[in-house]
Design a protein around this ligand. Structure first.
Ligand code: GLA
Ligand code: ZN
Length: 666
């Protein structure tokens, strides 16, 4: 496989929206920012195939030729994410049917029915032509398949394909009835063609709720698989002509719709688009990067971010001076090997005309945004390949599972405010604040290389996960889980015999009841050392079996029962947190976890700075970032070192202003 030998710096570039005189100007301006890559052809299907029988690559040839001459790394889009009008006109079935059951007409993008054979046929034809034409161009660095796969379709073709998917999964209709507990509400089906898609005309009660979670979860799996088949189709078409260029598609962080761990197995490398809002916590931005790094346990490409602002959020604030640089290095610190923007030149019409770009509407390099882009570009160029492909290692694993995400959020009761990613984030935030590196892992990961495995709200326990967690703890690991864990199997049927089901032995507790707290309600708690705290959202009523209590509720009718426990199991320990703890209380429990498991932060010194570490060829690199509002002192272990970005010696007196960044070799 081809490997890019430099850090890609560039982004989505749409010269087809402009006259050729502008292209030359673009090249001149980009050079000043050391831009070396361009993502092209992402939405050009209508341009390169003006009608069913005619393909026209003249303009794309010219663009590829120009970029090759300038020695760009080309990230070549396959153009399949927005269908041409002629296709809708002639074959209306290529459009999607939405959740309300409405067939969509020509419009917007990401609009193809994944199970339309017509769509698939034209995709395959186009992608083969592209691969044949450009696959051996040495400047084509990466294939960018489609764009941000997502959404769902509920058309007749999808319904038929779903029934086939179900037949493969369940073999018999009896097995399907059992899996979905179809005796409930008289749903028993006798023929495969009695099964209908779960949109609002069927078993869905709203977009987020359903009468039959087993069915709706299977539909989500099916949608994820259908789109993945679309990706694989394009990948395999490319591979017929080009065996060596890596193939990716751009993902969307914690996006709910696709099982990204499953997807990543089919991709050569992970790439993703990072668009935090003005008020997204930096811990959450870091979380999404670590999640994307975790998909393949490898560095990833940052495919898109904005150099300044977005257009599609409710409030599209500008990035403050210095923020672009700090945000970019945070991305690299958490595993990125590229920095790429959407977009290179700000479009003049359409809904993204207010989206930030490297070249803004004024059309020159004399802008604040361009100066910041150029400063960063020159700095990255000077770093050369020093940190390219550097690895991250962690003692702590956080389990992220899309099946669990879907199941937890479909569940009717106990509390509608319980959200999977929020739960993951509060645990992640603790480790982030402590500068403890975290790997995101799938449910079937090899846990043995970690000291701590954290699986909040592990509602769905499937396959042999409980046994593998038992092995992990028995041989000395520390496992942390919470309320709403161990409840259901892969079809959303309850593991009978007392919560937390298959985790009961490991946790050493029996949860008899689960209380829900409305937003205005709180419980009070007291740790064994008499520290006071509060809980909200959900409260388990716990009976100790083998576990010991960490503290008890002090009010409500279950006062004196434990809210959290620790259980010695073999050589290791399981922590069970039975309520939504306030931040200080969660910090207290997790500090206890880290002590038990001998997990230590990236640097020993206490600091409000973000400090991360990547390693390459025996060399270690610290990324030191200030995301606070105040100037911070330099952690003293770095005094006497050199900041590789500004080539400046660091002293005991060095301070970091807000958004300051240092890169230090260990
Ligand atoms: C997504 C898309 C891009 C563009 C940006 C705007 O990430 O992939 O085509 O629409 O959003 O933020
Ligand atoms: Zn469809």
């Amino acid at each position: 496989m081809k490997e890019v030998q430099r850090m890609l710096y560039g982004g989505d570039y749409n010269p087809n929206q402009w006259g050729e005189e502008i292209w030359a100007e673009d090249m001149r301006i980009f050079k000043q920012a050391a831009i070396n890559s361009a993502t092209i052809n992402v939405f050009s299907w209508a341009k390169i195939q003006p009608s069913e029988e005619i393909y026209d690559f003249d303009q794309l040839d010219k663009i590829v030729e120009m970029l090759s001459k300038e020695n760009y790394e080309i990230v070549l889009g396959t153009a399949t994410a927005a269908l041409p009008a002629w296709m809708f006109k002639k074959y209306p079935e290529v459009g999607r049917v939405d959740f309300e059951g409405r067939r969509h007409r020509f419009g917007q993008r990401h609009n193809a029915c994944p199970n339309s054979l017509v769509y698939q046929k034209y995709v395959a034809r186009l992608v083969e032509k592209l691969a044949e034409r450009y696959g051996d161009n040495p400047n084509v660095a990466v294939w960018h398949v489609n764009n941000e796969y997502g959404g769902e379709c509920y058309c007749e073709n999808c319904e038929k394909a779903f029934r086939v998917w179900l037949q493969n999964k369940y073999q018999t209709i009896e097995a399907l009835n059992a899996a979905w507990n179809f005796d409930f509400w008289g749903h028993t089906v006798y023929e495969w063609d009695e099964i209908v898609v779960p949109n609002v005309l069927g078993d869905a009660m709203s977009y987020d709720s359903t009468a039959f979670a087993g069915l709706s979860i299977d539909y989500r799996r099916f949608v994820s698989d259908s789109l993945l088949e679309n990706f694989k189709l394009e990948r395999d078409c490319i591979r017929k002509f080009d065996q060596s260029t890596p193939i990716t598609t751009n993902m969307m962080g914690s996006y709910k719709g696709l099982d990204y761990f499953k997807w990543a197995k089919e991709m050569d490398l992970v790439s993703w688009d990072s668009y935090p809002s003005y008020n997204t916590p930096w811990s959450y931005v870091a979380l999404t990067h670590d999640l994307m790094r975790g998909l393949k346990d490898q560095p990833f490409m940052l495919m898109e971010m904005t150099p300044s602002q977005q257009n599609w959020q409710p409030y599209n604030s500008l990035k403050k001076p210095g923020q672009l640089r700090a945000q970019s290095y945070q991305t690299v610190a958490h595993g990125a090997d590229t920095i790429q923007y959407f977009q290179m030149r700000r479009t003049k019409g359409g809904c993204e005309k207010f989206h930030g770009a490297v070249i803004e509407h004024v059309g020159t390099e004399n802008t604040r945004v361009f100066r910041e882009v150029a400063e960063l570009g020159l700095e990255l160029a000077a770093l050369q390949d020093k940190i390219l492909d550097a690895k991250t290692t962690s003692d702590v694993a956080l389990v992220f599972d899309w099946d669990n995400y879907w199941a937890l959020e479909y569940t009717s009761g106990p509390n509608k405010d319980l959200k999977y990613v929020d739960q993951i984030h509060q645990f992640y935030r603790y480790f982030y604040d402590q500068n403890i590196s975290v790997d995101f892992v799938p449910f079937d990961a090899d846990f043995s290389k970690y000291k701590v495995v954290v699986a909040p709200v592990l509602y769905m326990i499937k396959e042999d996960m409980a046994e593998r967690l038992e092995d992990f703890v028995a041989s000395g690991g520390t496992f942390v889980t919470t309320f709403m864990s161990g409840i259901v199997d892969q079809s959303d049927n309850v593991h009978l015999g007392g919560y937390p089901g298959p985790l009961r032995k490991l946790a050493g507790v029996w949860v008899e009841e689960i209380d829900a707290l409305a937003p205005e309600q709180r419980n009070t708690i007291m740790f064994n050392d008499e520290t006071i705290g509060t809980t909200s959202l959900v409260s388990d009523i716990i009976h100790l079996e083998a576990a010991q209590s960490l503290g008890a509720y002090t009010d409500n009718f279950y006062a004196t029962t434990p809210f959290a426990t620790i259980n010695k199991f073999g050589e290791g320990h399981t922590y069970y947190i039975g309520a939504q703890l306030d931040q200080a209380s969660l910090t207290k429990v997790l500090t206890n976890v880290c002590t038990t498991a001998a997990v230590t932060p990236t640097i020993a010194e206490k600091t409000a700075l973000e400090v991360s570490y990547r390693e390459k060829a025996g060399k270690g690199f610290y990324f030191i970032l200030n995301f606070t509002q105040e100037t911070q002192p330099l952690p003293q272990i770095f005094a006497g070192k050199v900041d590789l970005l500004k080539n400046q010696a660091l002293t005991q007196e060095t301070t970091l202003a807000p958004f300051a960044v240092l890169l230090v070799e260990a």
